[in-house]
Design a protein around this ligand. Structure first.
Ligand code: FAD
Length: 351
């Protein structure tokens, strides 16, 4: 198999798709050791589906973590692996009035004792946020705090972190993971939100169930970050077509804005879809909701100019900065969101 050179760079030649690929610098990838899982969702575009399947591969994970060139490519989406890298990057971003959310990468722990270390890390991070005077919050994945091993231990960790967040004038967010976690994450959120009102939760517009979940949370006056959803989900639970997910996003966003009008929701829109953000802002204006009653959150390194433009126009903009060495699965989801990014990675590997 022959690959076409990008920008004149020399590209390793594969004699057979299953032959190992040896990259400049000596990293070796053995495609033989990797198989996409059988549950790939056929209606999903092939690029996205392959990348999300690859996200589950332990062999590719091990390869990527050891590869200096792949690591270099992640720089587009994360300032560095160390928390200090993230804190320093945040200190730069806040200069134009953007705010920050930090998240340490890592999910699906296999041992409950590892969750204690994650909790302790975030306790330390909240102290750093306070010491540096940063307008920053923290977002966790429930499986990073032991949800798979013990729901009660995970709740205890979340309560500890939410209390700490409050004590330093910050707030805690719960990310939403794949659809098998939604029920447990809602229960977790209800328990934490009841004691710590500033706590936020991500909901995903690609899931059919999300409008009902939002209604269920309404009495709690939830703080909701609406996202489209980053996981490979079966057509029985999520829209296979992106256009349907986008329209569902706009509909749910409208409900959240109406809820905000009556004080029943703090609406946050976690998306880089700038035309969609424009439609949501227009809807907020129709409802006479002032800027600042809703926010837009984007990821570090994505649509930075649009983040600055929206901020300059007076909108509340927050940037989610990830750090940590467990970046492989997260990074593959970022590539899957925009398969064109694969070319960008290829360029940094081969160029
Ligand atoms: C703050 C925040 C928190 C999130 N939390 C969660 C969560 O808890 N659970 C969850 O499932 N998902 C989460 N996500 C991810 C989300 O579900 C989507 O996968 C992701 O935001 C891409 O969708 P989009 O809304 O940006 O729209 P899309 O329609 O996918 O993208 C719109 C445009 O944005 C640009 N863009 C989008 N992604 C990229 C990228 N990776 N690289 C370069 N350009 C890009 C492209 O120009 C694209 O055309 C979060 C996203 C954000 C911004």
């Amino acid at each position: 198999m022959k690959l076409r050179p990008i920008g004149g760079a020399s590209i390793p030649r594969l004699t057979h798709p299953r032959d190992p690929v040896i990259f400049r610098g000596g990293d070796t990838l053995h495609p033989r050791r990797w198989r996409p899982p059988p549950d790939s969702n056929p209606p999903m575009p092939i690029g996205r589906s392959l990348l999300l399947a690859a996200a589950k591969s332990e062999a590719l994970n091990q390869f990527a973590l050891k590869s200096r060139v792949v690591k270099r490519a992640t720089k587009a989406f994360m300032p560095g692996e160390k928390p200090e890298d993230a804190l320093d990057a945040g200190a730069q971003l806040v200069k134009d009035g953007r705010r920050i959310i930090y998240t340490k990468l890592g999910e699906a722990l296999t041992q409950l004792k590892d969750a204690d270390a994650v909790r302790d890390h975030y306790l330390w991070l909240f102290d750093q946020i306070k010491a540096r005077g940063l307008p920053a919050q923290v977002s966790i994945k429930p499986t990073q705090l032991g949800l798979d091993q013990s729901e009660s231990a995970c709740l205890a960790h979340c309560l500890t972190l939410a209390a700490k967040a409050e004590s330093v004038g910050s707030a805690l967010w719960l990310d939403m993971e794949d659809s098998t976690y939604v029920d447990r994450t809602l229960v977790l959120y209800e328990a934490v939100k009841a004691k710590h009102p500033s706590t936020g939760l991500a909901l995903q517009s690609y899931l059919f169930r999300t409008p009902k979940d939002l209604e269920r949370l309404r009495p709690l006056k939830p703080v909701i970050r609406l996202v489209k959803g980053a996981y490979a989900e079966p057509a029985s639970v999520a829209f296979p077509k992106k256009a349907d997910t986008d329209e569902a996003y706009y509909r749910i966003a409208g409900t959240m804005l109406e809820m905000a009008k009556t004080g029943e929701c703090t609406p946050i829109f976690g998306t880089h879809d700038v035309p969609l953000v424009g439609r949501i802002i227009a809807r907020a204006e129709q409802l006479a909701l002032a800027k600042g009653r809703y926010e837009v959150h984007m990821l570090y390194g994505i649509r930075s100019k649009e983040q600055q433009r929206l901020r300059a126009e007076g909108h509340a903009i927050t940037v989610l900065i990830s750090y940590g060495d467990a970046w492989y699965r997260w990074y593959m989801r970022r590539l899957a969101e925009r398969p064109a990014n694969v070319w960008f990675v290829a360029k940094s590997i081969f160029g």
